[in-house]
Design a protein around this ligand. Structure first.
Ligand code: B12
Ligand code: SF4
Length: 451
């Protein structure tokens, strides 16, 4: 059969620039596809166009919440033309009954152990609406992605995505990961990861793992094996990493230059709420400094709009960012992703302002927070990003981050200037809500009609 795999993306989200990190997902599904089939992949984020009249038998569409409406539009076009459409991904897994209205089948959860069955069922005309494994797949028996299909070549930093683990024990209430990938971290075998890394022609890697240092023993062994490969990498970790000096040293030696770290909240009760962070602002600042001293920059990720947030939260966050001299800052607005406790709570309290999934990108105010108004949230959020990425702030934060060398300085200034461009006032967010005729009932047909 001829198979087309698509990662949809709305036109305004397309950004083939120096900061893009290529996807791994479609190349993994391609690798899971038996060789008798022909496969093509399209990533709309890279400006690639879907050919609706192409000669395909099956169309697989990978959706996250903010891309699902575009995914459903694509599905409609293919279904009009009589093609079989299969959905997968985090949104299809959280909302299978919604996705099936637009497709012929939905793969719930991970594709390993299911995708070949789906294709076989299509071939034998017995496709089922839903596919779900009884247990999470064992990553010891995994396939390596089809690296020949990954678009790694755009931008100043050509980056290869690498996946080593799945699952997260922390189970944060706003996050889908522990619910989707489980609370136990599963690993791929280190020899396979190293072989995959060696097959990448790119010097720079991005570890997709939610917490690359979650299992310290595994991480130390992996980093040790990576040292002779002489790659440079960025990834995501919990701030606990900073308290293990050996792990930090090994991370640097293995090529780590920046870590995205979810601090989530700097308010007193917020900081208590999430198990992954250290318990005072000062401890967190000290930890960021330990990473800096070892040549590792921090992208601090904070969420605004949590129930614990009072108007002071922006000052606390500002204090943390200024004193720690975090290299980069990912500011998120609390977004109720379906399948999470936050979604259920806010829905039951009628505090979700819109059900337009296009707005669920973590940068738009779509909820009514408990202790501040949506407008206060919006104002504080826009200001803190704008201030962090001002020229003055970029210069003031630079020294401890760029002291290691030329590559670090290039990374620091390129990313900061890139984020500054994305965070200019013309891109500032607003409060989004449905108009009165459109209740927040999560009936997606308001935005895209199933055929
Ligand atoms: C790496 C990452 C990023 C990178 C993306 C790099 C890239 N281009 O891939 C960066 C940092 C840029 C990023 C940004 C964002 N991300 Co992000 N990200 C992740 C992360 C950590 C890993 C994604 C990944 O590649 N996983 C590995 C692949 C193999 O898994 P997978 O895509 O789920 O695919 C498997 C199955 O889902 C299934 N499958 C998937 N598609 C299909 C299709 C078919 C047909 C089939 C059969 C099966 C199938 O099979 C695959 C193999 O088993 C996830 C969390 C996680 N652990 O997944 C969050 C996650 C996907 N991100 C999330 C969010 C919210 C965002 C942002 C909106 C905001 C933000 N502040 O982070 C932006 C949006 C970016 C965009 N427009 O796409 C949420 C999505 C929630 C949701 N319901 O949509 C997640 C789940 C994290 C969370 N906290 O909940 N992200
Ligand atoms: S630690 Fe990160 S990946 Fe794990 S549940 Fe919390 S936010 Fe999600």
């Amino acid at each position: 059969m001829k198979i087309l795999l698509i990662a949809p993306c709305s036109a305004q989200e397309q950004r083939p620039d120096s900061m893009d990190i290529p996807q791994l997902t479609l190349s993994l599904i391609a690798a899971l596809t038996p060789p008798e089939h022909e496969i093509q992949i399209i990533e709309e984020a890279y400006g690639e166009k879907v050919n609706f009249d192409g000669d395909f038998d099956v169309v697989g569409i990978s959706i996250m919440t903010q891309t699902c409406i575009r995914g459903y539009q694509i599905a409609n076009e293919f279904k009009k033309r009589g093609k079989i459409v299969v959905f997968g991904g985090i949104h299809a897994t959280s909302m299978p009954e919604e996705s099936i209205r637009f497709g012929n089948s939905v793969v719930i959860g991970e594709a390993e152990g299911l995708w070949d069955i789906v294709l076989d069922d299509i071939k034998h005309n017995r496709l089922k609406p839903f596919y779900k494994l009884d247990q999470l797949p064992d990553l010891q028996n995994h396939v390596s992605p089809r690296r020949d299909l990954i678009k790694c070549s755009s931008g100043k930093f050509s980056i290869a995505p690498i996946e080593t683990t799945r699952g997260c024990p922390y189970n944060c209430d706003f996050c889908t990961v522990s619910r989707f990938f489980g609370t136990k971290q599963r690993h791929k075998p280190i020899r396979d990861i190293i072989a995959d890394i060696e097959s990448c022609k790119e010097k720079n890697l991005f570890f997709l793992d939610d917490n690359i240092t979650g299992d310290k023993r595994f991480a130390k062994e992996l980093f040790g094996e990576m040292i002779p490969r002489k790659k440079l990498w960025v990834g995501q970790a919990s701030i606990q990493v900073a308290n293990d000096a050996e792990l930090v040293r090994l991370a640097y030696k293995s090529g780590c230059r920046a870590l995205l770290i979810g601090f989530e909240s700097m308010s007193d009760s917020g900081i208590d709420q999430y198990r992954k962070t250290l318990k005072t602002i000062d401890e967190n600042i000290l930890a960021v400094k330990k990473l800096q001293d070892n040549g590792i920059m921090t992208m601090a990720s904070l969420i605004f709009g949590l129930d614990s947030d009072t108007p002071e939260v922006f000052d606390l966050a500002h204090d943390f960012l200024t004193r720690s001299k975090a290299a980069f800052f990912q500011a998120c607005v609390l977004t109720p992703y379906p399948g999470t406790p936050v979604f259920n709570k806010l829905l039951s309290q009628k505090r979700i302002l819109t059900d337009d999934w296009n707005r669920f990108d973590a940068s738009k105010v779509i909820i009514r927070p408990e202790s501040i108004s949506p407008d206060e949230l919006l104002d504080g959020y826009n200001k803190i990003k704008w201030h962090f990425y001002s020229n003055r702030s970029i210069l003031k934060r630079s020294y401890p981050n760029i002291k290691i060398g030329f590559f670090e300085a290039l990374l620091y200034f390129t990313l900061n200037k890139g984020y500054q461009k994305r965070n200019n006032p013309s891109s500032f967010s607003q409060v989004y809500q449905n108009n009165h005729d459109n209740p927040v009932d999560f009936n997606v047909a308001k935005y895209v009609h199933p055929l």
